[in-house]
Ligand binder design. Structure first.
Ligand code: ADP
Length: 480
C-alpha cells in the first residue's frame, strides 16, 4: 500500500504543535509496518539539515504557476520525506505560520505537490491531507489533475482553523474561484460572509473520507457550539466522518531513554527509582532556573497560549496552586500579542515568588524535562481535538488534570468513570469546577501518596503508542 502524506508540519524539523508530531509519528509507524509512506513538506529555510539524512535532489526542476521548483528527498525519523523548494519566497520566512500571505503560500504548496505527483504518475492508494493548508488538494485532484489515486482522506487536527479566503485566491492556482462560491461547494457557512470561500469546507466536500483526531471531537464538530457555522457541513457529511485518536511516538517520548533527563526511569522500574528520577528532574530544573520551587506538588502547563487552551483557567490554576501550597510551572508562548502581554505582566507579578516558573519560549528539551518533573499537568482547554500533552504527561508519570472535551475526554478518566482512573477531570468551563478538581488532586497528593503513586504507575503503563493506534488508520485506509 502506498500512502502520500501532505501537510505543512513535521516533527522535529518543522513543528509548532501536535500536527507535526502526528504526521511524523503516524508515518514512522506505518513505514515500520511496511506501508510505503511518502511525506511531502515545504523545504522551509529554517530546516535543520543536520537532522536529515540522505538529502539529495530528486527532481531538479519543474514549474508550477510560473515559479521554478525542485523536489528534494531525505529521510528523517525513519520517514521518507520530499521537500519542495520553490523559486518563490513562500517558504523563506523563518517560520511556518503567521505571514500575511499564508493562504497564498499554502495554496501554492498544494498545487505544486500535485504537479509533482503528476510528474511521478505513480499509483497511490491513499492521498492523506492534513488540515486546511492542503485541503484544496482534494478539489484540485478531482477538478484539474487526473492522478492514479484510489482515495483521498482529509484529517482535521483543529477545526478552528479553516483557511478563509477570497475567490481570487483560487484563481491564482488555476481554479475559477467564483464557480466555487456556492453552498454545496466552498462558500463559507457563516451567512455574514457570503463572498468568502472556506478551504477546509472544500476538503470536507471533495475528500472521500474525513477524519478527525478523537471520537468525541468528531461528535462535537456536529454542534454549533464547537463546529461553529461549519457544523452545518459536518452534519451534511457526517456519514463520511470518523474520529481516530492520536498516538504518541514512544521512541521520542521515552523516559527510559531521554537525553533531556538527568536520570532514566521506566514504568517497570521499582517505585523508589521512578520517584527519585523524577526528583532528579526537579533538581535539574531548580538548578537551571536558580529557583527554589520547594513546595509540592508541582503543577504545570506546557502549551500554546491561545484562547482554545483556556489561558484564563491556566492563570487561575497558577493562583490556586500557590494558595493550596504547591508550585506552578508554565512553559508556553503566545502568537497573540494581547495574551503574551498579559502573561508577561503575570510573570512580573510573580517575579519574587520562588514557587513559580513562567517561561515563554518554545523549548523542546525543556518540555521533556518538565513532563518528568511535574506531579500534575493542567490542560483546561475550551475545546481540544485530541491533545497530546496529557498523553505525554502520563507517559512520564505525571497525572493530568483536564477539562472534559474532545480527546481529553476520551483519554483521561476520573474516579467513577467506566475506565480505571488515570487523572482528574472537570466539566464546566467555570472557575469553581477547576478549583474543586485541583483541590481534589492536591489533597490526594498530600494525604494519600500511596494512591497517587498507584495512579502514576498505572499512567506510565498505558499504551498510547502509534504501534497500537495506527491500526485504526490502517483499517480506515483498507476500507477506503
Ligand atoms: P496543539 O497542537 O493544539 O498545540 P497538542 O497538545 O496537540 O496541542 O500538542 C502540543 C505539542 O507542542 C506537545 O508536544 C507539547 O509538548 C508541545 N509544546 C507546546 N508548547 C511548547 C513549548 N513552549 N515548548 C516546547 N514544546 C511545546
Amino acid at each position: 500500500m502506498k500512502v502520500v502524506q501532505l501537510g505543512v508540519e513535521f516533527a522535529p524539523i518543522a513543528k509548532v504543535g501536535g500536527l507535526g508530531e502526528v504526521i511524523q509519528g503516524l508515518s514512522r509507524e506505518l513505514t515500520r509496518q511496511k506501508v510505503q509512506v511518502d511525506v511531502i513538506l515545504p523545504k522551509y529555510d529554517f530546516l535543520d539539515v543536520r537532522k536529515l539524512s540522505k538529502l539529495k535532489v530528486e527532481v531538479p526542476e519543474f514549474t508550477c504557476l510560473g515559479h521554478t521548483n525542485a523536489m528534494w528527498s531525505a529521510t528523517c525519523e525513519g520517514c521518507s520525506l520530499h521537500l519542495l523548494e520553490s523559486s518563490s519566497n513562500y517558504f523563506r520566512r523563518g517560520k511556518i505560520y503567521g505571514c500575511e500571505d499564508d493562504t497564498t503560500r499554502f495554496l501554492y504548496f498544494s498545487r505544486a505537490c500535485l504537479e509533482y505527483l503528476k510528474l511521478k504518475n505513480e499509483p497511490i492508494n491513499i492521498l492523506h491531507l492534513h488540515d486546511w493548508h492542503v485541503a484544496v488538494c482534494a478539489l484540485l485532484a478531482k477538478e484539474i489533475f487526473s492522478l492514479p489515486i484510489k482515495a483521498i482522506l482529509l484529517t482535521i487536527h483543529n477545526g478552528e482553523h479553516q483557511g478563509k479566503s477570497a475567490p481570487w485566491d483560487l484563481d491564482a492556482i488555476g481554479l475559477k474561484g467564483a464557480d466555487f462560491l456556492h453552498p454545496d461547494r466552498l462558500q463559507d457557512d457563516d451567512r455574514a460572509h457570503p463572498k468568502t470561500l472556506n478551504l477546509l469546507k472544500g476538503g470536507i466536500v471533495y475528500a472521500d473520507w474525513v477524519n478527525t483526531v478523537s471520537p468525541t471531537y468528531a461528535k462535537e464538530l456536529l454542534t454549533t457550539s464547537i463546529g461553529g457555522p461549519l457544523s452545518k457541513t459536518f452534519r451534511k457529511y457526517k456519514d463520511k466522518l470518523s474520529g481516530l485518536l492520536n498516538g504518541i511516538d514512544q521512541t521520542i517520548w521515552d523516559p527510559s531513554n531521554d537525553p533531556n533527563l538527568p536520570r532514566p526511569y521506566a514504568a517497570s522500574s521499582p517505585l523508589p527509582e521512578i520517584l527519585s528520577a523524577k526528583e532528579a528532574a526537579r533538581a535539574a530544573l531548580r538548578k537551571r532556573f536558580s529557583l527554589s520551587l520547594t513546595h509540592r506538588p508541582w503543577v504545570g502547563s506546557i502549551t500554546r497560549l491561545v484562547p482554545q487552551k483556556g489561558p484564563e483557567l491556566i492563570e487561575q490554576g497558577l493562583r490556586q496552586t500557590l494558595t493550596l501550597g504547591g508550585s506552578f510551572l508554565l512553559l508556553g508562548s503566545s502568537p497573540l500579542p494581547k495574551i503574551q502581554k498579559h502573561f508577561d505582566k503575570l510573570k512580573e507579578e510573580f517575579a519574587g515568588n520562588p514557587q513559580t516558573l513562567l517561561h515563554f519560549e518554545y523549548d523542546e528539551g525543556l518540555a521533556h524535562l518538565l513532563f518528568a518533573a511535574l506531579d500534575f499537568l493542567l490542560v483546561p482547554s475550551h475545546f481540544e481535538p485530541c491533545g497530546l500533552t496529557q498523553l505525554l504527561a502520563m507517559r512520564y508519570g505525571t497525572l493530568p488534570i483536564v477539562r472534559a472535551t474532545g480527546g481529553l475526554k476520551d483519554t483521561v478518566f476520573d474516579e467513577g468513570a467506566p475506565h480505571p482512573q488515570n487523572g482528574f477531570v472537570f466539566r464546566d468551563l467555570d472557575p469553581t469546577a477547576l478549583t474543586a478538581t485541583l483541590q481534589r488532586a492536591v489533597s490526594l497528593f498530600q494525604n494519600d501518596p500511596e494512591k497517587c503513586n498507584k495512579l502514576l504507575i498505572r499512567d506510565m503503563k498505558q499504551d498510547h503508542s502509534w504501534t497500537h493506534l495506527s491500526k485504526n488508520y490502517l483499517d480506515l485506509f483498507r476500507n477506503l
